[in-house]
Ligand binder design. Structure first.
Ligand SMILES: [Zn+2]
Length: 423
């Protein structure tokens, strides 16, 4: 009996924290059969979360020496024949679009990854060893023709916004670049308030899915294993989980229902530089082949937001929250001061919502704004003194403080991507 109750409670909790349910309830994202399955759209509050996440990533990458690029979401079929996607990954790709009349002079494909575009951008001009490591990053779309049956909310979609990056470097630089990418991932997880369930070294398995180059596989596997050993992180090795072109470090997370998924990856690739005949001019004046390190700090934006939603039950860290400050005048009389404070929040770059007395009692409005990390209550006394009485989402109450100080302290915590609400 008791076990049954526990099961039911567990089921209930799963349902409560299911990202699809939360996404709809909180007005973050949704989908429409007319757009198609696996093609969710982002409503304003969801777009605010996504925008903050993307801004954070771009900033972190910029500081880590990445240069951001843009590339088109389509490419010619030949591009993917050269990269190997056509031979090894075709079942996950959308069918080509025929252009140029009945006989199809050319075929365009929705890209299954960003690597080939970035490889061509590396190749677009002559490169010297002095430019290496050359780090390209792009938050770009890629596409996967998932079967309808496996589509699920934001975790399995057909159009994916990937936080991708490719480092073109010398063999000697690979370990350092892979370790630096792992460190970026570790720091991002702290800011996001999430924890990896495990680190996995993903190796090839049997079957023809992988490019045949045993020597290169051995070299890249040894490099990644050494990076993991040096990092001191516990990891497990798993066969059959590699990319078709090389082994990878996968950072795994577990969702609310206990399903494991890969969020972030670091990969070493000797294959695509070979296929695209990439080279740089070394200190010796001769041509050398660079290595490509592929990495995704938060993986896809879709999967990251799904995981954040389930992890935090909709109560995002303040820097990600769709509404960061809820302004609550106690009565109509404080409406002018509340509106002025709302304007100052906007000026300070904060996302703010004013919930006036017409929305109900103060208690009801506090409940309505329960997911906002900061609730700024303004009563008669506060209004007269230009003060704000802050309530934190976790239930803590802060003694009334000058409005300017409240803004400065919230601004500093949000700007530093802190998970704690106050200090
Ligand atoms: Zn790649």
């Amino acid at each position: 009996m008791q076990e049954h109750d526990a099961d039911e409670q567990h089921e209930n909790q799963l349902h409560q924290h299911d990202h699809r349910r939360l996404g709809r309830e909180l007005g973050l994202f949704d989908s429409d059969p007319l757009i198609g399955a696996g093609l969710p759209y982002w409503l304003p509050d969801g777009a605010a979360v996504r925008h903050s996440l993307e801004e954070y990533i771009r900033e972190v990458e910029r500081r880590a020496g990445y240069r951001h690029v843009y590339s088109p979401v389509l490419g010619k079929r030949e591009l993917y024949e050269i990269s190997g996607h056509w031979q090894h990954y075709r079942e996950d790709m959308f069918s080509p679009m025929e252009l140029g009349g009945q006989h199809g002079e050319e075929q365009l494909v929705l890209r299954p990854s960003l690597c080939p575009h970035h490889a061509l951008m590396f190749r677009s001009r002559s490169r010297s060893y002095r430019e290496l490591p050359l780090r390209f990053a792009e938050l770009g779309a890629m596409f996967r023709s998932e079967r309808t049956g496996v589509l699920r909310g934001l975790t399995r979609v057909r159009a994916i916004q990937l936080n991708d990056g490719h480092v073109f470097c010398t063999l000697d630089q690979v370990a350092g670049e892979a370790a630096a990418a792992l460190e970026l991932i570790r720091r991002a997880y702290v800011a996001l308030g999430i924890e990896p369930s495990r680190y996995r070294l993903s190796l090839p398995g049997p079957g023809g899915k992988y490019v045949a180059a045993p020597e290169l596989w051995e070299r890249s596997t040894a490099l990644l294993r050494a990076v993991l050993d040096d990092s001191g992180l516990d990891f497990e090795e798993a066969e059959g989980e590699a990319a078709f072109y090389g082994p990878k470090i996968d950072v795994q997370v577990v969702d609310n229902a206990g399903r494991e998924a890969t969020l972030s990856t670091v990969q070493v690739d000797f294959h695509q530089p070979e296929q695209f005949d990439l080279h740089y001019v070394g200190a010796d004046g001769a041509k050398h082949r660079p290595v490509m390190v592929h990495r995704a700090i938060i993986g896809s934006v879709e999967r990251a937001v799904a995981h954040l939603l389930e992890q935090h039950g909709g109560a995002f860290p303040a820097w990600l929250a769709p509404v960061q400050v809820a302004v609550l005048p106690v009565t109509e009389d404080q409406l002018p001061q509340a509106e002025a404070f709302e304007a100052r929040c906007l000026d300070a770059g904060l996302r703010v919502e004013l919930l006036g007395p017409e929305r109900g009692s103060l208690g009801a409005r506090i409940r309505e704004a329960r997911l906002a990390p900061y609730q700024a209550v303004i009563g008669a006394k506060e209004a007269a003194d230009d003060h704000v009485a802050l309530r934190l989402r976790d239930g803590r109450r802060i003694d009334p403080l000058p409005a300017d100080e409240v803004l400065a302290r919230i601004g500093a915590l949000v700007g530093a991507h802190r998970v704690d609400l106050w200090e």
